[in-house]
Design a protein around this ligand. Structure first.
Ligand code: NAP
Length: 247
């Protein structure tokens, strides 16, 4: 991957998405951000060199339009999330993140890139890895999470999107490689020291913290550092601030 990748960013107007946009443009990446409303980006970010803002409702784009936006990209980063309101949580589209994962994958495959496009997919520690690889999550916590997924569409949506990448896309796709990034409770703050783990380190009932700018920093590294990408490709890294993890 080039040191100045071209990145399609989804959810760039969100709390974490803005940190990712800030980090990527500071690193000199060219960023195409699909946003519902450009006015939700602070002017300071909107005027960043290398940023192209595409004002559109992501799921309303046709396949051809999405392919046009994906063409030439080295990576796609998703910081999508359901808006935390009754309408955002229980209204349509309940499968925003899943649909985005499937449609982006389809678009990337359709443009047949000369080398795999990197998908960096933000989700949460509430999401399980396949095959019960999160040893720290016991039976009670699993049942609790299953209940949450039943009651709360965004929790189910995040899990389905992650399952889609790990099962339907897998690790041998010639067009798409992926990393599912799992932060703990999101907090504001500057880039600081953080750790990245192969599996959960905190319980849902005693959560750790993840500074959103640290997520941006880790994602920036994933997109510009081939060694880091190789070590996390096809995995579900958990990112937590260094002073917050309980291990
Ligand atoms: N809250 C936490 O502590 C926490 C912890 C770990 C992980 N997470 C996960 O991290 C992700 C991002 O969290 P966040 O707090 O940074 O998110 P956020 O601030 O709520 O931002 C969500 C983004 O998704 C976009 N979006 C929402 N609905 C959309 C739709 N129908 N079509 C297109 N775009 C849409 C929003 O666009 P608009 O600006 O146009 O609304 C915004 O850019 C979420 O998946 C969340 O579950 C959250």
């Amino acid at each position: 991957m080039t040191e100045r990748p071209t990145v399609l960013l989804l959810g760039g107007t969100g709390r974490t998405g803005q940190c990712v946009l800030d980090e990527l443009t500071k690193r000199g990446a060219r960023v195409r951000a699909i946003v519902r409303s450009a006015s939700r980006l602070p002017p300071e970010l909107r005027s960043r060199p290398g940023l192209e803002v595409i004002e559109a409702s992501l799921l309303d784009l046709s396949d051809e339009e999405l392919e046009r936006h994906v063409r030439g990209c080295d990576a796609v980063v998703s910081c999508l999330g359901h808006v935390m309101s009754v309408r955002g949580v229980f209204g349509a589209p309940r499968d925003l993140v899943m649909q985005a994962a499937a449609r982006i994958t389809k678009a990337v495959r359709a443009v047949a890139p000369s080398r795999p496009v990197r998908l960096v997919w933000m989700t949460s520690v509430s999401v399980n890895q396949p095959e019960r690889r999160d040893h720290r999550r016991g039976g009670f916590e699993r049942s609790f999470m299953a209940t949450l997924r039943f009651l709360l569409p965004p929790a189910k949506d995040n899990q389905r999107a992650a399952d889609y990448l790990s099962s339907a896309v897998g690790v041998d796709d010639p067009s798409v490689e992926w990393v599912v990034v799992r932060p703990d409770s999101l907090i504001e703050g500057e880039v600081g020291t953080y750790s990245v783990y192969e599996e959960l380190v905190d319980s849902l009932f005693s959560p750790g913290r993840t500074t959103m700018r640290n997520i941006g920093h880790f994602m920036g590294d994933l997109l510009t550092d081939d060694v880091k990408w190789s070590s996390w490709r096809g995995k579900f890294p958990v990112i937590v601030d260094r002073d917050s993890a309980t291990t």
